[in-house]
Design a protein around this ligand. Structure first.
Ligand code: SAH
Length: 409
């Protein structure tokens, strides 16, 4: 740690003492310190400032970003020997995230995640790249007073023609009132006229970076989209909870005879149509019959007489909080029971979950139970977790899981 600043008006460094349990959790590398683990503070903390955490023997333990309004009161930046957190430090941390992704993608993929929050050492911050557009999404107000500092570091080390700011809902009011920052604001470069277009394995997609869900696209499902493309030849495909048709365009390029996009949002389905239009240069996409259905997927799947040879079931998170876990597991099982009923012989089910509160093993078990209930013979093709540009460095960060089953009768 550097000595306290010479400025006599500057408040003393925020110093915290924490419970023994929290101390061992932080020492073990967990990035969150909850408010109820803090038992002593030299003064009230301010959102966005650095907090130094001392251990029982009064030695430096860790340093992190303080958030006065979140139950996650400190997001840890560094554990171990004291370090000075300045522009050079942030730059080194950015380089680590970029180095981790070096060589992961070919030129045919221009959209991927550059910084994935805590697991990349940038707690509560995401940076996605959509070709030459960067989208910076903040999930904690602690970054708001640091935005200028971080922006300078990003501009220096990441090439891009613009940077768009996205804010999680819970920090939008504070951002507007205290920092005049809005969700969807362009921080640098020209405001795009509409969605921006990027490539993924040679397929072109639009991303609604200013307003769309997450940062405009579900980059995390890239590897599963590719798998679906490889499995789709000659199949009638249903993509339930399709969003902008990511899985569908891959299926079409992979030779699906038809693809049905099912989503409750008309807006998402319009985007899916445009994504098909963007890829008509692939003869297989041009030849594929594409239809969109705007409906509640749970209801539609229960009622339709249609049959499919490949079904993707990738709903939004069904457990927003820990208490909803058991209900979510039952909902996943029910949804998959319904989906399996629509599968023709030799049909493939691709079932996903993005609920962090539902562990992968329990989700996989729920889908297998659904398959057993269907009373059909099935084999498990594979399961998949996080892709390399969305690393999960601690338990709470593990949200993505997908299981592939093939029904042979
Ligand atoms: N599978 C997509 C991401 C899914 S996001 C991809 O890989 O790109 C979840 C989608 O589910 C959103 O587009 C949302 O509009 C849709 N959705 C939410 N509830 C729904 C419901 N009850 N029925 C159908 N679609 C729903």
């Amino acid at each position: 740690m550097s000595p306290p600043a010479a400025n006599p008006a500057a408040p003393p460094r925020l110093r915290l003492r924490i419970t023994a349990t929290a101390e061992s959790i932080v020492r073990g590398g967990h990035p969150w310190l909850f408010a109820d683990s803090i038992h002593e503070s030299n003064r009230p903390g301010l959102t966005g400032e650095l907090a130094v955490i001392f251990d029982r023997k009064d030695r430096f333990l860790a340093i992190g970003l303080y958030d006065a309004d979140s139950p996650i009161r400190v997001r840890i930046l560094h554990v171990g020997k004291p370090q000075t957190i300045d522009a050079v430090w942030w730059q080194a941390r950015l380089k680590q995230a970029l180095a981790r992704r070096a060589g992961l993608f070919e030129a045919s993929t221009t959209g991927y995640r550059l910084i994935h929050g805590e697991s990349d050492g940038w707690p509560g911050l995401v940076l996605d790249k959509y070709d030459s557009t960067l989208v910076l999404k903040l999930y904690t107000a602690a970054w708001l007073p640091r935005l200028t500092e971080i922006l300078a570091v990003l501009k220096n080390d990441v090439a891009g023609e613009r940077i768009v700011l996205r804010l999680s809902r819970n920090i939008q009011a504070a951002a507007g009132q205290q920092f005049q920052l809005q969700d969807g604001q362009v921080l640098f470069g020209m405001t795009p006229e509409g969605p921006v277009v990027f490539s993924e394995n040679g397929i072109r997609f639009e991303a609604e970076v200013l307003r769309g869900q997450k940062t405009g696209f579900f980059l995390d499902q890239r590897e599963n989209r590719r798998e679906v493309g490889l499995l789709a030849a000659g199949r009638r495909v249903l993509n339930a909870f399709s969003f902008s048709g990511g899985f569908s365009v891959y299926a079409a390029r992979g030779g699906a005879t038809s693809v049905t996009d099912l989503d409750i949002s008309a807006h998402a389905l319009e985007s899916a149509k445009r994504n098909f239009a963007l890829n008509q240069n692939f003869p297989a996409v041009a030849a594929c019959r594409h239809e969109t259905v705007q409906a509640d997927a749970f209801e539609w799947i229960e009622q339709t007489p249609a049959k499919f040879d490949l079904i993707v079931l990738d709903p939004p998170s069904l457990a927003k909080r820990a208490t909803e876990k058991e209900g979510a597991i039952r909902a996943y099982e029910r949804l998959n029971v319904l989906g399996i009923k629509l599968l023709a012989r030799d049909g493939i089910l691709v079932a996903g979950s993005c609920s962090a509160h539902v562990p992968a093993v329990e989700f996989f078990e729920a889908v297998r139970r659904a398959a057993v209930k269907a009373g059909r013979k099935f084999s498990e093709l594979q399961t998949k977790l996080h892709p390399a540009d969305h690393p999960a460095g601690f338990k709470e960060a593990e949200y993505l899981k997908v299981i592939y089953l093939k029904f042979t009768t």
